[in-house]
Design a protein around this ligand. Structure first.
Ligand SMILES: [Zn+2]
Length: 212
């Protein structure tokens, strides 16, 4: 089934919806982004994503980047910058991201399972510097992907579609292998239920961010 066929099957009453839905505008401005640090670029593009509510609802998901930083002892360390809890992509500033040491974060992926509380406690020990906001509970997803830039957004349209009884079938028809179905449950458990290979394959196929 194609997206067009699905649109043709929309019941009467939804006739005011315009199909095909226009894709979001690409408002990336290379001049504005030039000269920014990796963390500032992360905040800049997060604001672009979050300012379009068809792309990211309030809270909006979470974004991250991996960069090389100098720690408090002057050592060069690889850092995962990830959105802190409680902030909104549309208005987030660089200080609202949390810097985590990748060397400390990556071994977490070997764990069988962890609760949300255990995850949060673990990340408190992996910070680049004290006083940062709490790392997003979806940080494991960001850390396991080898890409330096990861944008994960919550789109009301896709959430609504996937939450219907027909959701899994519709998602499969629309996106095939580019979509990864994941059973619901506590975020902490996801450390091991998200298959990194599947995410990687989907990313290669679509060259796009994950959503969910
Ligand atoms: Zn999410």
């Amino acid at each position: 089934m194609s997206a067009t066929n699905i649109a043709a099957n929309v019941p009467v009453g939804a006739a005011d919806i315009q199909f095909p839905i226009r894709p979001p505008l690409n408002r990336w401005n290379a001049a504005e982004a030039s000269g920014l640090t990796p963390l500032q670029v992360l905040a800049y593009r997060s604001n672009l994503l979050g300012s379009d509510r068809s792309v990211a609802n309030w809270g909006g998901g979470n974004t991250s980047c991996k960069s090389t930083e100098i720690d408090f002892r002057g050592r060069t360390v690889r850092v995962l910058w990830v959105k802190g809890s409680g902030s909104d992509l549309g208005t987030i500033r660089p200080r609202q991201f949390t810097g985590l040491r990748l060397d400390d974060v990556l071994p977490l992926l070997e764990r069988e399972a962890m609760s949300d509380e255990e995850l949060i406690a673990y990340y408190e020990h992996a910070v680049l510097k004290p006083g940062q906001p709490r790392a997003s509970i979806e940080t494991p997803l960001h850390s396991m992907l080898p890409f330096d830039q990861v944008d994960h957004t919550h789109l009301d349209a896709i959430i609504a579609l996937c939450a219907t009884p027909e959701g899994p079938r519709l998602a499969d028809a629309l996106w095939g292998a580019r979509a990864i179905a994941e059973e619901g449950g506590a975020a902490g458990i996801r450390v091991n239920t998200v298959n990194p290979d599947a995410v990687l394959q989907g990313s290669r196929d679509s060259h796009s961010a994950t959503a969910g």
